[in-house]
Structures are given as structure tokens and as C-alpha cells.
Design a protein around this ligand. Sequence first.
Ligand code: THU
Length: 126
Amino acid sequence: MTKIIQKAIQMRDKAHTPYSNYTVGAALETKDGNIIGGCNIENSSYSLTNCAERTALFTAIAKGYSEFKALAVSTENGGSPCGACRQVIWELCGNIPVYICDDNGLVEETTSSALLPKPFDESKLR
Ligand code: THU
């Protein structure tokens, strides 16, 4: 199993999910080979919940990384990134491989571009 997939699976243990009990782990590989993890963090005001993918991305950006090679996401049943995360992944990573996993490893390999065809992006704002 690759390091990034292992990290995404491990990150499920860090999830804060008192409401759904659905734990999600994510891991990003930076251009220089570092692995940054994230987990979902729920809130009693449900819409304030932060998904695992965005936790990983925002943590990586806050640590000073800005170029990413791949993303892995792990759930108990091979869940795929939500629409909001797809937009954020596309915006911060461009087209990268996305590994969708469960506890046994890879379920599906896709790309951020396949997950978000015809994205809205900065080009429309100029
Ligand atoms: N969740 C993620 O962390 N990532 C996704 O892409 C889909 C949903 C979380 C949010 C919430 O804590 C739980 O999964 C159930 O929706």
C-alpha cells in the first residue's frame, strides 16, 4: 500500500464525528514528497463541519505547501469527495490523481478533473 493511502486510512482515527459517526481520512502528497493528513471535524451547527479533504488541503496551505501531486481519501465504504471538496481540490491542486479508498486500500483511482468536469475557476473572474 502506498504511503499516501496508508496515511489517509490512519487519519480516520483522528476524525471528530459525534453526529454522523462517519469518519473520513485524507492525505495529500506535496510536490516535494511530504504527506499531509486531514480528517473530518463535525460541528453541532452541522454546516460548519469541515470535510477531511478540505482539512488536509487547508493544513497543507497553512504549512506553506502550494503544489500537490496526489490526494487519497479513505472511508469505511469507499465514499467519494463531496461537491464542495471537489471545487476546492480543483482550485488548489489542478488536475491530480485522486485515490478513493476503504480500510483495505484502493477502491478506485480517478482524477480531480474527472470528479469536477467543467469547473468554475479563476479564469472567469478576469
Ligand atoms: N465528509 C467528508 O469528510 N468528506 C467528503 O467528501 C464527504 C463527507 C464528512 C462530512 C461529515 O462529517 C461526514 O462525512 C458525513 O457527511
